[in-house]
Design a binder for this molecule. Structure first.
Ligand code: NAD
Ligand code: UDP
Ligand code: UDP
Length: 322
């Protein structure tokens, strides 16, 4: 069973200036830990960690995880990787390299330090799933040569590396498969559905539904997700995962668009655009394992989470307009 550790640690978060990483750092600092944020600022932003620079327990290193890194730490969260299709398809070769070489370097560091390491894997390892909802035992339906493959296969290979370092070198690993997550500090222009719809609604421009909008996703608020990360990290060494972390409540993309319209009071119209290649039709996590092993489940309802995310983008857009 999980316990939040009270012992103060020096924790490395790779990808820490990104959306999820910056929230994780806030949580770890609030628990009294020291945090070393390692990020090359490809998709992350200094703005996400600006509020931390006067904190003596926080340190930032601008570094690319595809290169070796020799530091002293007690725990590692490996989040470095572009996550939205627009970003990971921008330089697909680099994306695979970040997942694979980045994992090797972070695992090598964990091996040298004899410390635990967490991997931010993804529901994309299930591809366009034929099993619904997705359980961890499902091996997935992934196209190895399509436009999403650099991300999907890179993350699959990273999982392989984590389990081989565990079997071969006895490294303590925690592999989480993260499902669609949203919240403040998402990128405004990364093309993900929640940020796109909110920004379009706030700007009063048409909301772009890809396909008929009948495809489904389950949206997890970022605070719930990182609570799951920390609980997972606190488990006994036999709990390696992979464990799904996400919100099991499923919505169609059209329902999401209508909810955003209602909550923003926007006059934006709904328009349809072509469905991207290999776009999964359905996605919903089975979180039985997380409930049992981490005593975890999401608490924030979509409406509550959207409210906070809408406020964030509202403020961001007003700042930009000034
Ligand atoms: P993000 O793009 O905001 O954060 C990724 C961070 O990694 C950025 O700060 C970026 O600059 C950094 N990065 C990228 N390549 C790097 C490199 N070579 N060296 C060092 N830093 C590098 O994305 P996010 O949504 O915060 O995702 C964080 C992690 O969670 C990613 O590994 C992603 O695959 C995973 N994930 C996210 C979601 C989601 O819904 N947001 C879903 C599944 C998995
Ligand atoms: N590595 C690193 N920091 C460390 C230890 C290792 O970045 O503190 C990198 C190093 O580049 C190495 C990789 O991790 O190539 C894998 O390390 P491992 O010890 O598993 O393998 P080896 O050193 O034999 O290649
Ligand atoms: N989507 C959409 N309009 C947008 C952006 C995305 O209809 O402006 C759809 C997209 O086709 C997919 C879903 O929303 O079916 C989620 O897309 P996102 O890129 O956020 O995440 P992923 O496909 O990786 O789950």
């Amino acid at each position: 069973m999980t316990v939040y550790s009270t012992e103060e640690k020096r924790i490395l978060v790779s990808g820490g200036s990104g959306f999820i990483g910056s929230h994780l750092i806030d949580l770890l600092l609030s628990q009294g830990h020291e945090v070393l944020c390692v990020d090359n600022l490809f998709t992350g932003s200094k703005r996400n960690i600006d509020h931390l620079h006067d904190n003596p327990k926080f340190e930032f290193i601008r570094h690319d995880v595809t290169l070796p890194l020799y530091v002293e730490v007690d725990e590692i969260y490996n989040l470095a990787c572009p996550a939205s299709p627009i970003h990971y398809q921008h330089d697909p070769v680099k994306t695979t390299r970040t997942s694979v070489s980045g994992a090797i370097n972070m695992l090598g560091l964990a091996k040298r330090m004899k410390c635990r390491i967490f991997q931010a894997s993804t529901s994309e390892v299930y591809g366009d799933p034929e099993v619904h909802p997705q359980v961890e035992g499902y091996w997935g339906n992934v196209n190895p040569i399509g436009p999403r493959s650099c991300y999907d296969e890179g993350k699959r290979c990273a999982e392989t590396l984590f389990f081989d370092y565990n079997r071969q070198h006895g490294i303590e690993i925690k592999v989480a498969r993260i499902f669609n997550t949203y919240g403040p500090r998402m990128h405004q222009a990364d093309g993900r559905v929640v940020s796109n719809f909110i920004v379009q609604a706030l700007k009063g421009i048409p909301i772009t539904i890809y396909g008929e909008g009948q495809q489904t996703r389950s949206f997890c608020y970022v605070d719930d997700l990182i609570d799951g990360f920390v609980r997972f990290m606190g488990t006994t060494p036999d709990v390696t995962g992979p464990i799904n972390l996400g919100n099991p409540i499923e919505f169609t993309i059209r329902e999401l668009a209508e909810l955003v319209l209602e909550m923003t009071g926007s006059k934006s119209t709904l328009v349809t655009a072509p469905l991207p290649e290999d776009d999964p039709k359905q996605r919903q996590p089975d979180i039985t394992m997380a409930r049992k092993l981490l005593d975890w489940e999401p608490r924030v309802k979509l409406r509550q989470g959207l409210e906070k995310t809408i406020s964030y983008f509202d403020e961001l857009l007003s700042e930009e307009a000034r």
